[in-house]
Design a protein around this ligand. Sequence first.
Ligand SMILES: [Zn+2]
Length: 104
Amino acid sequence: MKKEIYRNILDGNTRPCCFYCEEDHPAALDGYHHYEGKLYPDDEILTCKNCHAKITSDQNNLPTKSRATHDEAYYLVTIGAHLETIGKNLKECGFVRAENDRGY
Ligand SMILES: [Zn+2]
């Protein structure tokens, strides 16, 4: 377990989980992701390895210059990747909720 996760537990959050999918298995958590890039080290969210990999994969499809300078293209792709991940999870929650409302 990474030290950031221990820090989260010690700060009173006894169930650290991924910001996007709520994965909470310690082995699946990847640590804190700089969602605005490493130029803003204080802006972090806890992610699982799976969600972090999806967002990073999209960012890595950008030219090196965009990734290095965090230009407008970098932010557009990063925000889009965040929204895509959140949107997918919201849709899944909605379908589960609909199934639960049917009494299954
Ligand atoms: Zn996740």
